[in-house]
Design a protein around this ligand. Structure first.
Ligand code: FEO
Ligand code: CA
Ligand code: CA
Ligand code: CA
Length: 561
């Protein structure tokens, strides 16, 4: 561990141990390696923060966003809010990422928000519970509304008197939707196209060292279906089970399931084919000293895999090799058509290997994992943490967090050691880990994603945990290593997209799918955010308060007092 840590620090060009290391871009965009200003280190301030007790919330099934003592929240933007004269904020917000417009002002910048999927009951006035085959009973107008509300939003936000608010009509404000033309960052066309239509299923994401947003296409097969192949390589189109957009738009499934990069300044997007096609949860990038990029990304489906891309050229997400993890033998296996005879026998070329990455990974002997979700690099140890949310097909109901230690702490190593960092379950107080985030002190924040249909049900193993929540595992102090519940979500909701502002004082957080189990609009299961019309709405909130400040300074509190 110590070896890794030294090595990691040397990657970052840092000299000393014992100091919190903030990677130049990776922890939070806009953060720098400069320590917070000295007034924040005053003994008085540290003493005040030391008095704040870290209290764990009890599990709750209340329809509200509950926070532990020392935290407050306000809503920044919610579904349907006007962001400009043309555009409104999309549905089911997930990943958030904030980039300040000016690095010296952490209180004014561009917020990216993923819109993963829509609930037709709210978005397109279609109650799928009333139809046996929902894909057959929709109109084009309904589908158009749904296509508008997925993708992502760019919104300029500012903190004014401690409250974050959107700057309506700022020229940066825009929507990327299911209909936005997006270029492929690849030389060979896919299904005849170099530019495809739309992005969808945008779950989690990441940030590049050159300060652009990464948004990842996850359960793409729900929208335009999927192409499958038999043993003779004969293709069949499997229709989507739920949205049936292919009934109105002839867009091939192969145009979705990619990692997408968005330029914050002009909204221009591109899909990175070299990173493979599957249900990408997120994509976490690391920049090596020579500017080559390492990108970790997982496939959130039962028994699928963990991947990493290593670029061969500086700052490239195109030139390089995609690897898949054999976690049993600790090996990264190259999805390289040219040099892997087993892939040459099955696929025509590298493009086909990348489109059918799941099949290629299995041919190489990749390890089946329990639904890899978010991935973060521990800023102190350099270990890579991967949420494995659950795998009911293998009786893993509560999931775990996997720890990857690259050999000699080198992110471009081709061997590693895998172990369990922490397991979900009653003993540790959480179930189904999903998003991860490290704060400035290296404390780990975790959100849970128990499915809405299984939460708070007597006959399901999730009963003791009640509503989905946000947890923190402190790295320092008397609670080090404990799992503390700091927020509890409204009914049926999931807390997603935790992201710290550059000064570490605000935690941006999405509240996704409140009231998802609603069957009748007159009796919604949730009314959060309680804005007067009794309709639950996904929204992004800002969480602030002394407790965040305390967590950010736990290392100083421990060493200075
Ligand atoms: Fe969209 Fe894997 O959660
Ligand atoms: Ca997720
Ligand atoms: Ca994350
Ligand atoms: Ca999830």
């Amino acid at each position: 561990m110590e070896y890794n840590r030294r090595n990691f620090i040397s990657f970052l060009g840092k000299a000393s141990l014992g100091v919190m290391i903030t990677p130049p871009f990776l922890i939070r965009c806009g953060n720098t390696t400069t320590p917070p200003n000295t007034e924040n280190f005053s003994e008085e301030n540290l003493k005040r923060l030391k008095k704040i007790v870290l209290e764990s919330l009890a599990p709750s099934d209340k329809d509200d966003l509950l926070l532990t003592n020392g935290l407050d929240y306000h809503t920044i933007v919610k579904w349907g809010d006007k962001i400009s004269n043309q555009d409104t904020f999309g549905f089911n917000n997930d990943f958030t990422c904030f980039i300040p417009l000016d690095e010296n002002n952490p209180k004014d910048g561009l917020l990216w928000v993923n819109h993963e999927y829509v609930n037709p009951l709210y978005v397109s006035d279609f109650n799928y519970r009333e139809h046996e085959d929902p894909t057959k009973h929709r109109t084009k107008e309904q589908v158009d509304k749904e296509m508008y509300d997925v993708g992502g939003s760019i919104v300029r936000i500012k903190e004014v008197n401690g409250m974050w608010e959107i700057v309506e009509n700022d020229p940066h404000n825009r929507r990327i939707t299911g209909k936005t033309p997006i270029e492929l960052n690849w030389d060979t066309p896919i299904k005849g196209k170099n530019t495809v239509i739309g992005t969808l299923a945008n779950c989690s994401g990441g940030i590049t060292p050159w300060k652009t947003f990464i948004t990842c296409e996850e359960n793409y097969d729900g929208f335009f279906g999927e192409t499958t192949y038999d043993e003779n390589n004969v293709a069949t189109h499997i229709p989507s089970e739920y949205y049936g957009w292919e009934n109105f738009y002839d867009y091939p499934p192969e145009h979705y399931g990619w990692v997408v990069e968005v330029n914050p300044k002009d909204g221009k997007a591109q899909k990175h084919i070299a990173l493979g096609r599957f249900a990408h949860e997120c994509c976490t990038l690391y920049e090596l000293e020579d500017k080559r990029i390492v990108a970790y990304t997982g496939d959130d489906r039962n028994n699928e895999h963990l991947y990493k891309f290593i670029s061969s050229k500086p700052s490239s997400l195109k030139e390089g090799t995609l690897y898949v993890a054999d976690t049993i033998n600790g090996k990264w296996l190259a999805l390289d058509w040219e040099n892997q005879p087993i892939l040459k026998r099955k696929f025509k070329n590298q493009t086909e290997v990348l489109i059918r990455a799941r099949e290629a990974a299995k041919l190489l002997g990749a390890t089946a994992l329990n639904r890899p979700e978010d991935i973060e690099i521990d800023p102190i140890t350099g270990n890579i943490l991967v949420s494995l949310t659950n795998n009911k097909s293998k009786n893993d109901f509560h999931g775990s967090i996997l720890k990857i230690e690259e050999t000699h702490g080198a992110f471009d190593a081709l061997t590693f050691k895998a172990s369990t960092y922490i397991a979900g379950g009653e003993e540790n107080g959480f179930s189904c880990p999903d998003n991860l985030a490290f704060d400035l002190s290296g404390n780990l924040w975790i959100t849970s994603d128990m499915s809405g249909s299984a939460m708070n049900k007597e006959d399901k193993p999730y009963m003791p945990f009640k509503n989905n929540s946000l947890f923190v595992i402190p790295r320092y102090g008397k609670d080090a290593g404990k799992v503390i519940r700091v927020a509890s979500a409204p009914k049926d909701a999931e807390l997603t997209g935790p992201w710290f502002s550059p000064d570490g004082k605000t935690l941006f957080l999405s509240v996704q799918h409140p009231g998802e189990q609603t069957e009748d609009l007159d009796n919604p299961t949730s009314k959060w955010p309680f804005d007067g019309d009794n309709i639950p709405k996904p929204a992004v909130v800002a969480i602030t308060g002394d407790l965040i400040e305390k967590m950010n300074k736990l290392n100083q509190i421990e060493s200075n007092l």
